[in-house]
Design a protein. Structure first.
Length: 213
């Protein structure tokens, strides 16, 4: 299992080239692609997520680790498809209408991937309909909305109102987050979950999807 442990270790250091080489080596040595994914790539990313929550690493370290994970996934994905690996669930994520901030949203998207979710990022300044259309299109389990401005927070409420109008509110778990967002606001607008940081968002999303299924 040395090569699997090395994948996790180099991923945590953000060494994308090493991760790519080691993932290919593990494939050549006939390791189960699911073991490479779960015990190598995802394990490394979750360790980084835990360190991020404890303020032992910061955004730059998380971003380089996520890039390393993605470089490994590029090599591994065809093999995962061959063995029929199923993601934990599907998430649609975006920054709400009127808000152009994306660093926090990108961080959560990377952490969701690190938790084994299939992620559909609809970008910034996303209207309510865009979240719903993408969720309907891909059969999402969870919709994650981000806002960094107090002036754009009402867009989250609007999105939930549109979901209710269209009769799809109960189909999706709805999670909200961003610097000005808090639990009180989340409760007021009727979201299912609020999380204060990217690592907690990934953990919460995974648990929520497993509970729902």
């Amino acid at each position: 299992m040395a090569v699997i442990e090395e994948i996790s270790e180099f991923l945590q250091k953000g060494r994308a080239k090493n991760v790519k080489v080691l993932v290919q080596q593990a494939i050549d040595e006939n390791y189960d692609p699911k073991i490479i994914l779960n015990e190598g790539l995802l394990s490394g990313m979750m360790i980084i997520g835990d360190k991020f929550k404890r303020n032992e690493v910061f955004v730059p370290e998380v971003l380089v680790a996520a890039r390393a994970m993605n470089s490994g996934l590029e090599i591994l994905e065809p093999k995962l498809i061959e063995v029929g690996n199923q993601p934990v669930g599907k998430a649609v994520i975006g920054t709400v209408k009127g808000d152009l901030h994306d660093i926090g949203k990108n961080l959560v998207a990377m952490m969701l991937k690190g938790a084994g979710l299939e992620v559909y990022d609809i970008g910034v300044d996303a209207p309510a309909e865009a979240f719903i259309e993408k969720a309907e299109e891909v059969g999402a389990d969870i919709i994650c909305m981000s806002a960094l401005l107090t002036t754009t927070m009402p867009s989250m409420q609007d999105a939930l109102a549109v979901m209710r109008e269209k009769g799809v509110r109960d189909k999706y778990i709805v999670m909200v987050g961003g610097a000005p967002v808090n639990q009180i606001f989340s409760d007021q607008i009727g979201a299912d979950y609020y999380t204060p940081d990217a690592a907690t968002a990934a953990e919460t999303a995974k648990k929520a999807i497993i509970l729902k299924k």
